[in-house]
Design a protein around this ligand. Structure first.
Ligand code: SF4
Length: 328
C-alpha cells in the first residue's frame, strides 16, 4: 500500500452542530471525530435522529443555515479544511470531489428534465473544456454503467421504477468520479427486493473506482456486507468506533449490543427480535453523564455522574463507556 493510501484522506475532528428551535437548542452532533483512508468505506450506524445525516451534510457543507449552526471542528479532505473554504470553492468540491446519494431519489431528480440531461448537467458543471457531444456520450456511458440502456437517455424520471431512479442518482453522483461518496440510507425508500440490487451496484462501482464512501444506515447487516470501518452514533456522538471485524467480533458498547440483538436472525426460527428498550434522549435536554444511561441495562451511579470519554480498548477499537471493555 502506498504512503498516500495510508494517510488520512478524510479527517473529521471534533465537529459540533446545533439546530435552533424557538428558544430550544437541539444538540445534533456533539464532538464527532473519525479518520478515513483513501478507498475505505465507513458505516455510520444508529437510530433515526442520532445525527448521522447531519454529519454528512456538515462534510458537504449543506446544512440549513439557520437553523443549523456549525459550532466548531475541522473537516479535512486531502489536507484541505473544508470549513475554511468559500461557498464558491465548495461548489467546485461538491459533485467533483464529494458526491451524495440521498435516501429518496425523487429529491435528487428534477421531474421536468430527462434523466440523460440531468447526468449531462453534472458533467457540464465540472468539465468546462469538453464538447457537448462528448459529454452526451459520457452521460450515456454513465447510464450503461448503472445498467440502464443509453436509449433511455431522453426519458423522464416518472418513466422509471424506484430502483431505476436510484440508479440514475448513482450515475449522477459518480459522473465526475468523486473521491468521496456520501450515501445516506440509499436503499431505504426502495422495495426490499430492489434494495440488494442497488447495494450490490454501489459496492461494485465503489470497488471499480476505489471511491471512499461513508454509508449511513440503521442496518448492521448492510454494514457487514459493505464497510471496512464502523462508527456507531448515539445522541450525536460516536459510542463505538473501529474496524468492522473488531466491532462485530468484540461488540462492547451496550447500545451496539442492543443494535445487534434487534437484528432478525433467520438461522434461529424461535428467535424473537429484542428491540432496545426506551427511546433516544431528547436532543434539547440530554441526560447528565452517559447519554445512553436511561436505556442501559448496566447503568450505575458512576455512569450518570460523568460523561464517558472514548477509550481505546484494543488497537483501533474505541468505546464510550465507563464500565464495559475495561476487562479486556
Ligand atoms: Fe451503560 Fe454506563 Fe456504559 Fe453508559 S457508561 S453505556 S450507562 S454501562
Amino acid at each position: 500500500m502506498s504512503e498516500k493510501q495510508n494517510e488520512a484522506f478524510l479527517s473529521v475532528k471534533d465537529i459540533e452542530v446545533i439546530y435552533t428551535s424557538g428558544k430550544k437548542i437541539v444538540h445534533a452532533v456533539n464532538g464527532v471525530s473519525f479518520d478515513m483512508k483513501r478507498g475505505e468505506t465507513l458505516g455510520l450506524v444508529g437510530e433515526t435522529g442520532a445525527g448521522k445525516t447531519t454529519i454528512a451534510r456538515a462534510i458537504l457543507r449543506i446544512l440549513p443555515d439557520p437553523p443549523a449552526i456549525f459550532k466548531g471542528g475541522r473537516i479535512e479532505l486531502d489536507g484541505v479544511n473544508l470549513i475554511d473554504l468559500t461557498e464558491e470553492e465548495m461548489l467546485k468540491i461538491r459533485g467533483d470531489k464529494i458526491a451524495m446519494i440521498f435516501q429518496d431519489p425523487m429529491t435528487a431528480l428534477n421531474p421536468l428534465m430527462t434523466v440523460g440531461d440531468q447526468i449531462l448537467e453534472v458533467l457540464q458543471l465540472h468539465n468546462k473544456s469538453e464538447s457537448k457531444e462528448e459529454l452526451i456520450k459520457r452521460a450515456g456511458d454513465m447510464l450503461e454503467l448503472v445498467n440502464i440502456p443509453r436509449e433511455r437517455y431522453g426519458e423522464y424520471p416518472h418513466q422509471f421504477s424506484g430502483g431505476m431512479k436510484q440508479r440514475v442518482v448513482i450515475a449522477m453522483a459518480l459522473a465526475c468520479d468523486p473521491q468521496l461518496l456520501l450515501a445516506d440510507e440509499p436503499t431505504t425508500a426502495l422495495d426490499v427486493t430492489i434494495q440488494a440490487q442497488v447495494l450490490d451496484l454501489i459496492r461494485e462501482l465503489r470497488e471499480k473506482y476505489q471511491t471512499s464512501m461513508i454509508l449511513i444506515t440503521h442496518d448492521l447487516g448492510v454494514v457487514a456486507e459493505t464497510c471496512d470501518k464502523v462508527a456507531v452514533i448515539y445522541a450525536g456522538e460516536i459510542v463505538e468506533y473501529g474496524d468492522k471485524r473488531s466491532i462485530y467480533k468484540h461488540t462492547t458498547h451496550p447500545y451496539t449490543i442492543g443494535l445487534f440483538d434487534s437484528l432478525p436472525d433467520i438461522s434461529v426460527q424461535a428467535n424473537r427480535l429484542k428491540p432496545i428498550s426506551g427511546m433516544p434522549p431528547d436532543p434539547t435536554d440530554l441526560p447528565e453523564g452517559c447519554a445512553f444511561s436511561p436505556r442501559c441495562p448496566y447503568a450505575t451511579e458512576e455512569c450518570r455522574a460523568a460523561h464517558p470519554q472514548l477509550r481505546e480498548i484494543a488497537p483501533g477499537h474505541f468505546v464510550r463507556c465507563c464500565l464495559r471493555g475495561k476487562e479486556e
